[in-house]
Design a protein around this ligand. Structure first.
Ligand SMILES: O=C(O)C1=C[C@@H](OP(=O)(O)O)[C@@H](O)[C@H](O)C1
Ligand SMILES: C=C(OP(=O)(O)O)C(=O)O
Length: 421
């Protein structure tokens, strides 16, 4: 499917954020380990969540329900596996990494694989940690990359790993850790990227009755049990960021409901970035409102903890009066696509100036270069950020627009209902 976007000014958009992808993944895998039946209220329904659900089913966990409530029959920390299994996580890094953690809790080999791109996304630090904690880890192809086969049981104990590639390795270990006989003392050798996601992990673990203690760069988890819980999923700040970006570049007013203004989601930071560029933002009891007169200033913004909104921020920066420098971008190279390269490709095609450094990207506005066709190369966030460019300036076609279904299947319908496509 292709979507062509025309320029809009003075928008007045009111939408609801979809449920959080990251919190739905976490609630599912933690509930799968709990000592009985949990309910997940208002889960996200999207491609990546379907991958986690299918993976859990392959591991012998029963998940049933619909868009309102999912019921998960937890296994009490011991996977009911009676034969080897293969799990295809597709393009979902969170599914692949979290299910690798769960695979340490069975006595049969679990093979985790994914799309061609997934086979280029690193998993070595997680594999090394699982092996150091007593598991068996084998790679079918390139060492340190999926497909990998994990076999438990793991005893747990002390381990160190780098924090600069993906926080998902840390989350995967923390989630499985209470089910290991020796628990876990995990020390980060380098400061964590995407650190806000670790707070989401410890928050969901706490909601299911397990505390993680932190002593400087070490996370400590005692052996214990997850308590079955009724868990309500809040709205997704990463998905909401595209609507705020549209408001910023088109000018006007955008209201997004179902967002917690005090959320632990790091992508809340996106609004601070837009405020620094000249937008007005305020929260009320049910959501968040952004107002913009469409005049934006460049800014210098650190985004290491909020990688999933960097493409939208770079798109907004292409409309600002001065250059914008976004720092903390090195780990964007390991996502559904190399997003540093994707930002440079798309924005240069648009006419903006883009300078790329090891851990920073500088974007300056420039004259439009005529009609822009964006191939997102299966990356949902590239497709959504291209919508920001199109609505802000017109003449943009997004190919393979359906790839947004990875995280936000209703994205284009929301724009259609708002009269923007
Ligand atoms: O734990 C999570 O839910 C996520 C962590 C982040 O990945 P990294 O930690 O690999 O940066 C983020 O980009 C991803 O979309 C979701
Ligand atoms: C990076 C993302 O997800 P994942 O790592 O789960 O594939 C994303 O949703 O932008």
């Amino acid at each position: 499917m292709e979507v062509t976007l025309a320029r809009h000014t003075g928008v007045d958009l009111a939408v609801a954020a979809p449920p959080s992808k990251s919190l739905t993944h976490r609630a599912l895998v933690v509930a799968a380990l709990a000592d009985g039946e949990s309910e997940i209220v208002r889960p996200l329904e999207a491609g990546d969540i379907a991958r986690t659900r299918t993976g859990l089913t392959a591991l012998g966990i029963r998940v049933a329900g619909d868009a309102d409530v999912l019921t998960v029959q937890g296994c009490g920390g011991r996977l009911p596996l009676d034969a080897p299994v293969v799990i295809d996580a597709g393009d979902s890094g969170t599914s692949l990494r979290f299910l690798t953690g769960l695979a340490t809790l069975g006595r049969h080999p679990v093979t985790l694989t994914g799309s061609a791109r997934m086979q280029q996304r690193p998993i070595g630090p997680l594999g090394d940690a699982v092996a150091a904690l007593g598991g068996e880890v084998r790679y079918a192809g390139r060492p340190g990359f999926p497909p990998l086969t994990v076999r438990g049981p793991v005893r747990g104990g002390s381990v160190a790993l780098p924090g600069d590639v993906s926080s998902q390795f840390v989350s995967a270990l923390l989630i499985a850790a209470p089910c290991w006989p020796d628990g876990l003392a995990l020390t980060l050798e380098t400061p964590p990227v995407s650190a806000s996601y670790l707070a989401l992990t410890t928050g969901v673990m706490a909601a299911f009755g397990v505390e993680v203690r932190r002593e400087e760069e070490t996370f400590l988890v005692e052996p214990g049990r997850y308590r079955p819980t009724r868990y309500e999923v809040e709205g997704d700040w990463s998905s909401a960021s595209t609507f705020f970006a549209i408001g910023a570049v088109c000018g006007g007013r955008v209201r997004v409901d179902h967002l917690d203004p005090a959320s632990a989601q790091g992508d809340r930071r996106f609004l601070d970035a837009l405020a620094a560029m000249g937008c007005r933002v305020r929260a009320d009891a049910t959501g968040v409102v952004l107002e913009s007169d469409g005049v934006l200033d460049g800014a210098e913004i650190e985004m290491a903890t909020s990688p999933d909104t960097v493409q939208n921020l770079a798109a907004v920066a292409a409309f600002a009066r001065g250059p914008t420098t976004i720092t903390g971008t090195a780990h964007l190279r390991y996502k559904e696509s190399d997003r540093v390269a994707a930002i440079a490709r798309v924005l240069r095609g648009f006419g903006a100036g883009v300078e790329v450094g090891e851990d920073r990207i500088t974007v300056s506005s420039g004259p439009r270069r005529g009609h822009l066709t964006v191939d997102p190369v299966h990356d949902h966030r590239t497709a959504m950020s291209a919508a920001v460019l199109g609505l802000g300036s017109g003449d943009v076609t997004v190919q393979e627009a359906e790839c947004v279904a990875k995280s936000f299947p209703g994205f284009w319908e929301a724009l259609q209902e708002g009269g923007l496509v």
